[in-house]
Design a protein around this ligand. Structure first.
Ligand SMILES: Cc1ncc(COP(=O)(O)O)c(C=O)c1O
Length: 421
């Protein structure tokens, strides 16, 4: 069986194949950017209209009591099912960057850990900017960014040595946005515990597509975007998990009314809620929260074990295709080769990466548009979302890239255009 036939066979036997029809799809497009912005579930489309028309349009303020105040709780419950936490350990609200700021500030103020901030070169720039903006609260006015030999794999020796010799507050992205490197969380959390450190896990590229069990992995704090593999919609609020073991030790630096024990008593004195809701600040963004509920429902129904299994199988298949079809055109793989060390995208490198992306996105009358994303300097991220990406999509993508390279089609694109894809 060749790789094309193998892909067709895998699609036929795919236990998740029916889930694609739950999303709004464009039949002339292969979407490989679900690791950046997930697709729109059809049910969210309908439910947002109902919310706007009836709950907001007609029932106005009474919808707070009838629908909206319960919405956050409902989502926290679903999220806690996904990560095996208690519902009162999770909230959903604000962006990942804002939640990271609140958490790092809270940890630095708590005096529970050495006031020392560390991250690594695989982390997402926004996280690094947030940490850098808080370094004035550390003992040495410093943020340490660990450098590894490349930006593909974490060097565990360097990271573990740092935790041992330089304990404090660490922030790592569970799946690295560029290379897709997936950390071994449990082992690192145990080392952190042993050396009076804490790791804050940014799970933006992992949630909804890898198995995250906060109990088994001994996670104390995790957060991340819901608009990627959870399909919550553009800018949907992030989730924040704080273990019960540490919630009472830290305080939200933003003392807003939704973090108050009794916000509707309108007291002048701020008394923080006893549970994770103390990390709320202002009024929840109802329009942005609603689709997260449906994204979570679909994920829970499909089952995270099935999703992860398919993601691994797709990754293995894509690597084989890249090796067989693209290596002879100077394409390199810039992701870990072992599936257990990888999330749900694979990054390839080529000097003409940007122009290749432009050509893929354009499509033509003989082939579908293909949507990957470009990351400087020369990376193309191919994200596969097991709920709606097929093996045949991956096959068609690789064959299209091969044809672009073989026919030097990328020369049709002006190299000097702006770099935003
Ligand atoms: C790993 C990671 N962390 C943080 C962010 C920033 O999230 P937000 O825009 O919700 O602050 C992103 C955005 O893509 C991301 O990929």
């Amino acid at each position: 069986m060749n790789l094309k036939e193998f892909g067709i066979e895998k699609d036929k036997n795919d236990v998740l194949k029916s889930f694609k029809s739950r999303f709004v799809n464009n039949p002339n497009e292969i979407y490989l950017d679900g690791n950046s912005l997930g697709k729109l579930p059809k049910i969210s489309n309908a439910e947002i209209s109902e919310l706007v028309k009836n709950q907001w349009g007609s029932k106005l303020i009474s919808s707070w009591n009838d629908h909206w105040l319960k919405l956050s709780e409902d989502i926290s419950l679903k999220m806690s099912n996904l990560i095996n936490s208690k519902p009162e350990e999770v909230l959903v609200g604000e962006s990942t960057s804002v939640n990271l700021y609140k958490i790092i500030y809270a940890l630095l103020e708590s005096n529970q850990f050495k006031k020392n901030l560390v991250t690594d070169c695989l982390n997402f720039p926004s996280d690094i900017y947030v940490l850098d903006g808080l370094k004035h609260l550390t003992d040495e006015n410093k943020l340490t960014i660990l450098d590894y030999a490349d930006e593909i794999n974490c060097n565990y020796e360097i990271l573990k040595k740092s935790i041992r010799n330089n304990p404090g507050i660490y922030c790592l992205s569970l799946v690295s946005y560029k290379s897709s490197f997936l950390y071994s969380m449990k082992e690192l959390n145990e080392i952190a515990d042993k050396y009076q450190s804490i790791i804050v896990w940014d799970c933006s590229h992992a949630i909804g597509v890898t198995e995250i069990d906060v109990k088994k992995s001994k996670i104390k704090i995790a957060l991340g975007c819901t608009y990627k593999f959870l399909n919550g919609g553009p800018g949907s609020p992030s989730f924040l998990f704080i273990s019960k073991k540490i919630i009472h030790q830290i305080n939200n630096p933003i003392q807003g009314w939704f973090g108050h024990q009794n916000p509707f008593n309108f007291d002048h004195k701020y008394i923080p809620s006893k549970n994770i809701s103390k990390f709320n600040a202002g009024t929840p963004s109802i329009l942005s929260l609603l689709p997260i509920k449906h994204g979570l429902d679909i994920t829970l129904e499909a089952g995270i074990t099935n999703i992860r299994y398919k993601s691994i199988e797709m990754g293995e298949y894509l690597i084989k295709l890249i090796k067989e079809e693209l290596f002879c055109f100077n394409v390199e793989i810039a992701s870990p080769e072992k599936s257990k060390m990888r999330g749900s995208h694979i990054t390839i490198k080529h000097d003409e990466a940007w122009r290749i992306c432009k050509i893929l996105i354009k499509g033509n009358k003989n082939r579908k548009k293909i949507i990957p994303d470009f990351r400087p300097d020369s990376n193309i991220r191919l994200g596969f979302a097991p709920l709606y990406t097929s093996y045949t999509d991956l096959y068609e993508t690789v064959i299209t890239i091969k044809s672009i390279l073989k026919n030097k089609e990328f020369l049709l694109i002006d190299k000097t255009k702006n770099l935003v894809t």
